[in-house]
Design a protein around this ligand. Structure first.
Ligand code: NDP
Length: 287
């Protein structure tokens, strides 16, 4: 079998188009343009590229975007004060703090993220949003898992009643992915580094999500024929070479559908950030 390849570009374009249309409707009906603030402290080159891409995406969709740049030497108090300003800024509906923070601020990461007004928390990391997701209330959901699930829906891959296995239990990928799949009535198993006989569990999956951070971790013998395999992993194996967590060549001979790396899930994350910014604006308008 040769798997259907789920290219992120195709689905990201659809998600962006949905966000653009919703933003346009909101503007027409309320006069409000959804706005995103991206806060970056220091000069990490990779982070600067990510931030530029986020502003570019906002421009393309007609969203307002604000770059908030703090020096490497910014203090915890300065960063928290900036978040407070943005929480009160009516132009801003979504706030994102680019991670990682500079070393001197790393210990304050949770405090900084939890200072963001939950209604503006477009990364979905605030405990209020985590809680709302887990009890099935309207919530802002972390962009990567939200993008993966939207892609499954757009691709017409059934989730209701499917056996889903998620490898990885992080707060930004594994756990929200579990909740999103459960909400859509999949039967979900979450695996991690203490899981025994992992391959026996993954071989039962109709939908297998790998969020481990180890190149080539999922091999063909771990995959049920015809399964959908979502590879969230991003692993740099050489200066210019990225690979996922799945042995793409071998697994694509067994799976029914598979996401490539690069060119798969990674492209969905910014698209979903745009969608989350529009959703945040809509939720704030209806309050
Ligand atoms: P974490 O390191 O936070 O979590 C990795 C998870 O994998 C942990 O739960 C860990 O288990 C589990 N794990 C590690 N080794 C094994 C093993 N041998 N068997 C089973 N489970 C194992 O990573 P993240 O969730 O943040 O990210 C995962 C990957 O996704 C990374 O490659 C990251 O770069 C990528 N990523 C991609 C994004 C995108 O936009 N496409 C966005 C976010 C992440 P335990 O909890 O027991 O330690």
């Amino acid at each position: 079998m040769t798997a259907r390849i789920l290219y992120g570009k195709e689905f990201a374009a659809k998600i962006r188009e949905e966000a653009r249309r919703e933003a346009e409707r909101l503007r027409r009906e309320t006069g409000v343009t959804p706005g995103l603030a991206v806060v970056i402290a220091g000069h990490d080159p990779a982070s600067e590229v990510y931030v530029r891409n986020k502003h570019k995406a906002c421009d393309e969709l007609g969203l307002f975007s604000l770059a908030v740049e703090l020096p490497e030497t910014a203090t915890r108090e300065e960063l928290l004060a900036k978040i407070d300003d943005l929480n009160h800024d009516e132009r801003i509906h979504g706030i994102l703090v680019q991670l990682p923070l500079p070393k001197a601020l790393a210990a304050a990461e949770s405090e900084v993220l939890f200072r963001i007004d939950p209604a503006k928390d477009v990364d979905g990391f605030h405990p209020v949003n985590v809680g709302r997701l887990s009890i099935g209330e309207a919530a802002l959901v972390p962009c990567t898992p939200a993008g993966c699930v939207r892609m499954l829906e757009l691709a017409g891959i059934p989730i209701d009643g499917a056996r889903a296995v998620v490898i990885g239990r992080s707060n930004i990928v594994g756990k929200p992915m579990m909740n999103l799949l459960l909400q859509r009535s999949a039967t979900v198993t979450v695996c991690h580094s203490h899981t025994k006989d992992l391959a026996a569990i993954t071989r039962e999956a109709d939908i297998l999500v790998a969020a481990v951070g180890r190149p080539g971790f999922v091999t063909a013998d771990m995959v049920k024929p015809g399964a959908t395999v979502i590879d969230v992993g991003i692993n740099r194996v050489a200066p210019k070479k990225l690979v996922g967590d799945v042995d793409f060549e071998a697994v694509s001979e067994v799976a029914g559908a598979i996401t490539p790396v690069p060119g798969g899930v990674g492209l969905l994350t910014i698209a979903m950030l745009m969608q989350n910014t529009v959703t945040a604006a809509k939720l704030q308008m209806t309050k």
